[in-house]
Design a protein around this ligand. Sequence first.
Ligand code: GAR
Length: 197
Amino acid sequence: MSDKTKLAVLGSGKGSNFVSLAKACADGSLPAEIVLVASDIEGAGILEHATEFNRPARFIEPGPFRTKLDRNAEAAYVAALRESGAEWVALAGFMRILKGDFLRAFEKKVVNIHPSLLPAFPGLEAWKQAHDYGVKVTGCTVHMVDHGIDTGSILAQGVVPVIEDDTAATLHQRIQQEEHKLYPRTLARLFNGEIRI
Ligand code: GAR
């Protein structure tokens, strides 16, 4: 039997964080097997990348709401994740809030990456919030997902200085470069038992 952690990845976007996790699984630095990649957006980049990496990829209907899953959708996500055998769930740009039933099904097993130094700038477009505010350093945070918005226990943070000519877009690019190192490294420490929650 494999001693690798079975991991599902949920995302709504282009999937660059998924790629960093998949590469780390392939080179052995992240002791995990990605058993499912699921998205609420049909044809999202993350699903295309999942297929490139030969990982099971599924679009799962999110239901009628824009920022959360409805009850049936939540049940469909839980069923798909259970069926995949996932032990942990990594959110990688999944732009919907996960609620009670989902979090109860994967209690203390859902992790997120957020593009700011929490608790500063929770919510949407955190890099733009930081840029508009005029902070001189920002970064990214890997944290446990709880019932709040970007409020769970912080597992690791990476610092990114804001430079003179940054636009929100160039800042986001550099934050993402940091995310691509921080996320696989933090999940590896978590699965190796080096981080206590
Ligand atoms: C990442 O920058 C991630 O931190 C952010 O979405 C981007 C997804 O990019 N997540 C959030 O803003 C969650 N609140 P990717 O699809 O290239 O991984």
